[in-house]
Write a protein that binds this ligand. Structure first.
Ligand code: FPP
Length: 235
């Protein structure tokens, strides 16, 4: 069983187009798929789940679609926060707050604050997130420590870098699932995913749920992870 799964929820727009509906409906169905997936992950005993909800590159979409995604996030927090709190879910948000409307930022902060003491399940929401942007912000934090004389450049290790990332309190993802027929990471957890197993699914995100999560976990369980070492018994 993986401890941490990351999911690139791709294919909402194509799902809508294929069903003759506006893209916004695809995103709405995407939120339902997210609810199903969180529920299934809790049921399977997963500890950490991170979902890619809005990337720093998504700003290139028409403003109407960007606004629709912000509205969906707000609705999600308003409708689901009380239940998630009751279920012991701790919410973290990864990404930069820069550029986000004040109301979106405030709701994200409320979700983080009000669930901070929960430990039953960890839900990471990558929102306004880009892996390279995260690494740049982490590097700035470390450079500032060096400038203030708190640490020496020779003290900078992989561990120091991990601690400066938004995901400092999360283990690295063991498994990354991408739905939607594309086979790439698209700037998702680029540092953290160095040794993650990758599972690409042809299913479009609004059609994803418990069965898809289970088959990805089974696929993961059948793989041998060597982290650069040798196959067990090969030495
Ligand atoms: C990819 O589909 C999905 C996104 C860009 C956003 C993911 C958002 C959700 C699942 C719903 C929102 C959830 C929250 C919590 C706000 P796409 O539009 O890139 O699909 P396409 O590649 O088929 O066009």
């Amino acid at each position: 069983m993986p401890a941490h799964i990351g999911i690139i929820m791709d294919g909402n727009g194509r799902w809508a187009t294929r069903h003759g509906m506006p893209r916004a409906v695809g995103h709405e169905r995407g939120v339902e798929a997210l609810r199903r997936t969180v529920k299934a992950a809790q049921k399977f005993g997963l500890e950490y789940l991170t979902v890619y909800s809005f990337s720093t590159e998504n700003w290139r979409r028409p403003m109407a679609e960007v606004s629709a995604l912000f509205a969906l996030l707000k609705t999600f927090v308003k409708q689901d926060l009380a239940r998630l709190k009751r279920e012991g879910v701790c919410i973290s948000v990864f990404g930069t707050r820069e550029g986000l409307p004040d109301d979106v930022r405030a709701l994200l902060e409320k979700a983080v604050r009000e669930t901070a003491d929960n430990t039953a399940f960890h839900l990471g929401i990558a929102f306004n997130y880009g892996g390279r942007e995260e690494i740049v912000r982490a590097t700035r934090k470390i450079a500032d420590e060096v400038r203030r004389g708190k640490i020496d450049p020779t003290d900078i290790t992989e561990h120091v870098m991990c601690e400066a990332l938004d995901t400092a309190h999360y283990p690295n993802p063991d498994l990354i699932i991408r739905t939607g027929e594309e086979h790439r990471l698209s700037n998702f957890l680029v540092w953290q995913a160095a040794y993650a197993e990758l599972v690409f699914l042809d299913v479009l995100w609004p059609d994803f749920g418990e069965d898809g999560l289970l088959s990805a976990i089974e696929n993961f369980a059948s793989r041998e992870r060597r982290f650069g070492g040798l196959k067990t018994g090969a030495a």
